[in-house]
Design a protein around this ligand. Structure first.
Ligand code: UDP
Length: 474
């Protein structure tokens, strides 16, 4: 085998932009700041992720390999939750991952997988590689996942879901039932593989897309040897925030021209992530709410769906197919001077970094949250699925950078008056909005510090580089 001085890390990304983007950013950072060779293996399932595979890499030390697509129809119940489908997709991709790694001249020293890729550790074991998990969301989510795997699914079902009582997590914020993980709601129907925590404790380290100062109490609890009531020795490495900060990239011409004409911090950006969709009724209320607020906006719209994850596996397909006809009559005419509607998909990282953007109505996906923080933009927290309600609770109650709209009691939608109130609260000059704007800018500085040389996230990756180098030289 060729002798190399640099450690080589293989990174495995599960399907979905929300997983692929941070894994690619992790790879870029390992290459540019920590002298790694990196190969990112991608299980891509949607056209948007596939297009991202052709995006430029910092240099030849970062390679991207798309694993052949797999057909899981017949292997998983079409009605199964997304987590179950992702786990099957990942499992079925393992033979091609194994043969790709086996064929490599420069065999990787380490395998880093995201939360859905832990089955791939069998391959790492076979080839004597170090094994790391990358949690692309919060330290709090990780604590909940580890805690839930230690107490078992029956306890979660009986003492949290059925009773609707808070889940107490040692040393961490308790999880209210109203904010619980989507996968807990089905926990009685699916097997133990829903517990992503079990395999994570048997690794050489867990990387988290957060930073120590943002979630200091939770990180401390995770490192505490008594966490889970047993000795968990796995090192915890906050390495974030890892997001695309495409300041140099050019915005779409039309969007840039429009944004350049707007006053500083006057525009609210409205988007529900890579897969989020709203019901027809909710879209109408949102349209009226934005109009009533009289604030400038950019809104990424998708056709209505009763499934909040309506476009997870299809995003990027038929993008920009004409203007939507499901918005209230006359909406475009009435808002033409203050609003821009973008169908399906927008260059979010670039929009959020434009100086005219001053607020973000978001589904609270963790990448979107980090993008907002790193651009100093306060948020309206409107969670839809997965762990997003937990993120919304953190943003409003712990970080103080977001407001959270109330759902109407009758039909569980957010009504237009509530939406207009929330938009004005973060966009119009007032004490509450001002406090959130100041706080989010403080978090932005603390994030930059964590990533800079000698900062906590920088040091985490340096330690991993040292461990890999040691393994390489052994
Ligand atoms: N994104 C984008 N344009 C869109 C919607 C989403 O560029 O129209 C990007 C967004 O910037 C973020 C990612 O897709 O980096 C979505 O990840 P997140 O964790 O926020 O949510 P998820 O899609 O996983 O629910």
């Amino acid at each position: 085998m060729t002798k190399v001085k640099k450690p080589h890390a293989a990174l495995l990304a599960s399907p979905g932009m929300g997983h692929l983007i941070p894994v690619l950013e992790l790879g870029k950072r390992m290459v540019t700041h920590h002298d790694f060779l990196v190969t990112v293996f991608v299980v891509a399932s949607d056209p948007a992720s596939t297009s991202l595979l052709n995006s430029p890499t910092p240099n030849d030390d970062l390679g991207i390999v798309a694993l052949p697509s797999v057909d899981i129809s017949g292997l998983v119940d079409p009605k199964a939750p997304l987590v179950a489908k992702l786990l099957v997709l990942m499992r079925e991709s393992l033979p091609s991952l194994r043969s790709s790694i086996a064929a490599m001249k420069c065999r990787p020293t380490a395998l880093v997988v995201d939360l859905f890729g832990t089955d791939a550790f069998a391959i790492a074991n076979e080839f004597g590689m170090l094994r790391y998990v990358f949690d692309t969301t919060t330290a709090w989510f990780l604590a909940v996942a580890l805690h839930s795997s230690s107490i078992g699914k029956n306890v979660i079902w009986e003492e949290h879901v059925k009773s609707q009582k808070p889940l107490k997590v040692p040393g961490c914020k308790s999880l209210r039932f109203e904010d619980t993980l989507e996968s807990f709601l089905n926990i009685d129907r699916f097997d133990g593989s829903q517990f992503l925590g079990t395999e994570m404790t048997k690794t050489d380290g867990i990387l988290i897309n957060t930073w120590e100062d943002l979630e200091s109490t939770t990180v401390k609890a995770l490192r505490d040897n008594n966490f889970l009531g047993r000795v968990v020795k796995v090192p915890i490495y906050p390495v974030g925030p890892l997001i695309r900060k495409d300041r140099k990239q050019v915005l779409d011409k039309e969007v840039k021209i429009w944004l350049d004409k707007q006053p500083t911090e006057s525009v609210i950006y409205v988007s529900f992530g890579s897969g989020g969709t709203l019901s027809a009724k909710q879209i109408i209320e949102l349209a009226w709410g934005l109009e009533q607020s009289r604030q400038r906006f950019i809104w990424v719209v998708r056709p209505p769906s009763e499934n909040a994850l309506g476009t997870y596996f299809t995003i990027g397909k038929n993008d920009g197919d004409g203007m939507p006809d499901y918005l209230p009559e006359g909406f475009f005419t009435r808002t033409k001077d203050i609003g821009l509607v973008i169908p399906m998909w927008a260059p979010q990282a670039q929009i959020l970094s434009h100086p005219s953007v001053g607020g973000f109505l978001s589904h609270c996906g963790w990448n979107s949250t980090l993008e907002s923080i790193l651009n100093g933009v306060p948020m309206i927290a409107w969670p839809l699925y997965a762990e997003q309600k937990m993120n919304a609770a953190l943003l409003t109650e712990e970080f103080g950078i977001a407001v959270r709209p109330k759902l109407s009691q009758t039909d569980e939608i957010v009504e237009r008056d509530e939406i207009a109130t929330m938009v004005k609260m973060i966009m119009v000059d007032n004490e509450e909005g001002h406090a959130m704007r100041t706080r989010v800018k403080e978090l932005n500085s603390s994030a930059e510090k964590a990533l800079s040389k000698g900062g906590s996230s920088y040091n985490s990756l340096s330690q991993i580089a040292k461990d890999c180098l040691q393994r390489l030289q052994a």
